[in-house]
Design a protein around this ligand. Structure first.
Ligand code: PLP
Length: 449
């Protein structure tokens, strides 16, 4: 059988392994292919594995299927769009769907961020945001401001911009020098002072002053923008310390630096509300999004920009094209239709309220793991949890990876990142499913060395 792709009879000529051709992203390919764990269908809170088991989705796929899987409202909208207008360019032409989606999205953003640029992924959103920030500074007559600042343990996708401002050496090591003129703030992870915090950690706001130090070091007139995830998800659920984000905002304001929040994970209900910025009351100049925008059904990202900053770029251009940037699929009809249907579903089912409704139950359930073998920290915010394990001596990350595999084999999808297990279930999760997740993790922790 060929069409469904598993297990395939279609093999590359001279190649016996049907899994060999797909070079998998961010995967230990040899280990996976020696013991493949595959998903073949999904519905609501569950995947189905290739060996016919229901897998409870504790991670919304990859932090993205926020409304749960295969929602008919979305899949039908995609099918209709595909049959009506499969593709139309958005370079010098338009079609109605992305205009409508941009307007709907703008209404969900914090006040003032109502100009929307469409991309196809989080990585593209980040690179787009960095380029827009540079274009804004130049449009405002601040063309010497070219320096970009990220943060240690930041994850901003895999474009050259994203890996440069990102704070993960493995993501950069093999790929040359990255963008010039990039610097980094220290990360805010502080087990010694903040372990087992519920919600925002008390300690660490002063780490935002690293930005002031970089201003003192390099000169504000060289710095275009700073980018941070309001909550760092991919590097292990690092919740911002009380006051940290506001302090960054204040320093940016004092020095004309553009503040970018990378909300690829935190937008669309993950921490409650449409964005972390709106929920936590700190307004950046630019917000990047992707993932939950279409409930991950069709790849799409977006960048929301403050109107006056957008206008500065538009008005500074002598005429003709104002921003030499874009993607063939910016505002793709299928993605736009998926986005509109997804936003409808979020609103209809009140999914952005779920983090508040379930937050304390979630927090209690997660913190119930305190005292379990290997657990050295538990962090929760919204419908996110990070469970940090003590690294196995001489084999960092192995313990979390074993737990990830054990969970999968026992019907639960979690995410392993370093020595941390991250949980971020679809926002439709029920209390019984929360109980099931943490019960399974507790049982399996006991079985791991
Ligand atoms: N930015 C953040 C904060 C992310 O978490 C991710 C992915 O997890 C990205 C950017 C990259 O998104 P993508 O994988 O869609 O390119």
């Amino acid at each position: 059988m060929c069409g469904f792709g598993w297990p395939g009879e279609c093999v590359v000529k001279g190649e016996n392994d049907p899994l060999a051709s797909f070079w998998m992203p961010f995967t230990a390919n040899r280990a996976f292919k020696a013991n493949p764990r595959q998903l073949v269908s999904a519905s609501g809170m569950h995947y189905q594995s290739a060996d016919g088991r229901a897998i409870l989705d504790g991670t919304s796929g990859l932090w993205c299927s926020n409304a749960g899987h295969c929602r008919p409202e979305i899949t039908e909208a995609i099918a209709k769009a595909a049959a009506t207008l499969d593709f139309a360019p958005t370079f010098q032409l338009g079609h109605p769907l992305p205009f409508e989606l941009a307007q709907r999205l703008a209404a969900l953003m914090p006040d003032g961020l109502d100009r929307i640029f469409f991309t196809n992924s989080g990585s593209e959103s980040v690179d787009t945001a960095l380029k827009i920030a540079l274009a804004i500074q130049r449009a405002k007559g601040q063309g010497t401001r070219t320096r970009l600042i990220g943060r240690e343990r930041g994850y901003h996708g895999t474009g050259f911009g994203g890996i440069s401002v990102g704070g993960l050496v493995n993501n950069r090591r093999a790929f040359g020098g990255g963008l010039p003129g990039v610097d980094h703030l220290r990360h805010t992870h502080d087990l010694a002072r903040n372990a087992f915090t519920r919600g925002f950690p008390q300690h660490g706001a002063e780490l935002a002053d690293d930005l002031q130090r970089l201003v003192d070091l390099h000169g504000a007139d060289t710095i275009a923008a700073v980018i941070v995830e309001p909550m760092a998800g991919s590097t292990g659920v690092l919740v911002p310390p009380v006051g940290y984000l506001q302090r960054l905002r204040d320093i940016c304001d004092a020095h004309g630096i553009i503040l970018i929040f990378d909300e690829v994970i935190t937008a669309f209900g993950r921490v409650g509300g449409a964005t972390a910025a709106g929920q936590w009351g700190v307004t950046p100049d630019i917000i990047t999004m992707a993932k939950g925008l279409t409930n991950a059904t069709v790849p799409m990202g977006a960048v929301a920009v403050k109107r006056e900053l957008h206008d500065a770029v538009i008005e500074s251009a002598p005429g003709g094209i104002e921003l030499f940037h874009g993607y063939t699929y910016s505002g793709h009809p299928l993605a736009s239709a998926a986005g509109l249907a997804t936003l409808d579903l979020y609103a209809r089912d009140g999914l952005f309220d779920r983090a508040a409704e379930l937050g304390s139950y979630w927090e209690d359930a997660a913190h119930g793991l305190k005292g379990q073998c290997h657990v050295i920290d538990i962090r929760t915010i919204g419908l996110v949890a990070g469970i940090e394990l003590e690294p196995r001596p001489g084999a960092p990350t192995a313990r979390a990876m074993e737990l990830f595999h054990a969970c999968f084999d026992n019907g639960l999808l979690v995410r392993a990142t370093g020595d941390i297990i991250a949980l971020s279930p679809p926002l439709i999760v029920e209390k019984t499913e929360i109980d099931e997740m943490f019960r399974k993790i507790a049982e399996l922790l006991d079985r791991i060395d």
